[in-house]
Design a protein around this ligand. Structure first.
Ligand code: ADP
Length: 163
């Protein structure tokens, strides 16, 4: 399929990529996005997918994210099957935005941040601590609950997030 990428960063524009699987995009992700928008001029959600097989999950996640963030100015989304560092070159984004729900998450995120800085000097990762009330929330937990028929609506953003 034809991929549409967000406008590249304008000179001086502080653009952050927010990479993840977002399967599904939860209110925990939304919280990180909104807090990121208070720091950066623009945040581009980057839905990761596997280079070797078309991913319906990623395409569906992108579509849902576009719908859920349609009312949020300065938020954008794209799908990407390569290194996040290469997406930062394509978009001119100099920052990565990630969340950490626990000390274990933080160690993982710090390692990723170090690797990204090694392969793309100057690429800075900002790791926001999860809002305590949202820290237990993960996409895998939502998928698990949903597989048992539990109504997970409370964990997913509503379509009217901008007002
Ligand atoms: P990945 O598969 O790369 O971990 P996810 O879609 O699970 O992607 O998460 C993307 C980012 O959002 C990660 O940095 C993750 O730690 C963060 N995140 C996920 N859920 C929450 C939450 N409830 N609160 C804060 N950050 C979160």
């Amino acid at each position: 399929m034809t991929r549409r990428y967000p406008d590249p960063a304008a000179p001086g524009e502080r653009v952050a990529l927010f990479p993840g699987s977002f399967n599904p995009f939860t209110i925990g992700h939304l919280d990180i996005l909104e807090r990121g928008l208070a720091i950066f001029d623009r945040v581009i959600i980057v839905v990761g997918c596997n280079r070797n097989k078309p991913s319906a999950d990623a395409e569906n996640a992108l579509e849902a994210i576009r719908r859920l963030t349609a009312g949020i100015p300065r938020a954008d989304a794209m799908i990407w099957d390569g290194l996040t560092a290469d997406a930062s070159k394509l978009t001119g984004a100099r920052f990565l935005l990630r969340g950490a729900r626990s000390a274990a998450d933080f160690e993982y995120e710090r390692n990723m941040a170090d690797v990204n800085a090694m392969i793309s000097p100057g690429l800075e990762t900002v790791i926001l601590p999860a809002r305590p009330s949202l820290a237990p929330l993960s996409s895998s937990m939502v998928r698990e609950l949903s597989s048992f028929g539990y109504d997970v609506t409370q964990f997913l953003p509503s379509e009217k997030t901008s007002d």
